[in-house]
Design a protein around this ligand. Structure first.
Ligand code: SF4
Length: 302
């Protein structure tokens, strides 16, 4: 028996009566379109130093190029930016466990595994004070609880997969497109790709999912059926059926993003600035007139 929030997820992720028709050759057609679009910009790239293109790179380059470039140095970990990683790891455990576990147990296990991984996030967590660790644990427990309360338990026949990776190498590995989805359900051609979100709704979340759909379609030759961002704080999903038009938008955005990535990171082009909500946490804020003007505008409306 599902609660209303869980039933809403099941209803939303079910098959639409009028699924858009997609041409059988869509995978190869999207690949050709990507290659045609990016070819003019790849001269001088070498496979040993490829241009890596992820959803984060595309989101950054389409938001504010100057901020994206400034963020290419050493990444600074904080309790705020490691929260999502811990929560996602806890949710991944709850999805894959055959027995029920309490959110606190899952988060403790997630923390232990991250620390043992000894990668950058794990090293940061391992060095936290007891108070910071409690703060981190508290938020992660809240997100894992929200997932358990609002998301239906996943049946094996739905073929749930977490952290599923797709990668498309272009131009003999000189440009690499890669993505990692939080959760997929279903088999090729009938998949639902779900991103679990711990913050507010943002238009870029839909673009992230379209990028994943494009990679999956090129990789498997068959597009996923549906894309959904699931917001844990509100227990609401924003879903979209996958059509050729949706995939074409993803190709155009990727081509444009790769063009600008190459221009500013390899060809020395001056990055453009584009103020927006991201100015609040931009490392260039103190010296950026556009960012400060944007901040003043926002404060007037607060
Ligand atoms: S403060 Fe805003 S406009 Fe300025 S560089 Fe940063 S993100 Fe871009």
């Amino acid at each position: 028996m599902y609660n209303p929030a869980q039933q809403a997820v099941i209803d939303l992720l079910g098959k639409s009566a009028d699924r858009p028709d997609v041409d059988a050759s869509i995978g190869s057609r999207l690949l050709d379109d990507l290659i045609d679009g990016i070819t003019p910009y790849v001269d001088g790239l070498i496979p040993d130093d490829p241009v890596w293109v992820s959803k984060h790179a595309l989101a950054g380059i389409h938001s504010c190029e100057a901020q994206y470039l400034a963020g290419q140095g050493d990444f600074e970990w904080s309790v705020a930016n490691v929260r999502g990683i811990v929560a996602h790891r806890g949710i991944e455990l709850t999805i894959n466990m055959r027995t029920e576990a309490a959110p606190m147990e899952l988060v403790d296990e997630a923390l232990a595994r991250l620390i043992n991984d000894d990668r950058a996030a794990g090293q940061f967590i391992g060095g936290l004070s007891e108070f910071d660790l409690a703060d981190l644990r508290s938020t992660a427990v809240d997100k894992v609880s929200a997932f358990q309360e609002s998301f239906p338990a996943l049946k094996p026949q739905w073929v749930p997969r977490t952290e599923s990776r797709s990668r498309v190498d272009l131009f003999d590995g000189r440009v690499v497109l890669q993505g990692k989805t939080d959760l997929t359900l279903g088999r090729p051609g009938d998949k639902v790709i779900i991103d679990l979100k711990t913050g507010s709704v943002a238009p870029v979340h839909r673009e992230d999912l379209r990028f994943y759909a494009m990679l999956e379609t090129i990789k498997l030759g068959r597009p996923p059926r549906k894309l959904a961002s699931y917001y844990l704080d509100t227990a609401r999903a924003h879903a979209e059926d996958v059509s050729e038009a949706v995939l074409d938008v993803a190709v155009r955005r990727t081509v444009d993003g790769v063009r600008r990535l190459i221009a500013i990171t390899r060809a020395g082009d001056t990055p453009t600035v584009q103020a927006g909500p991201q100015c609040r946490w931009c490392p260039l804020f103190e010296s950026c007139e556009e960012g400060q003007a944007e901040q003043r505008r926002r404060q007037e409306f607060d």
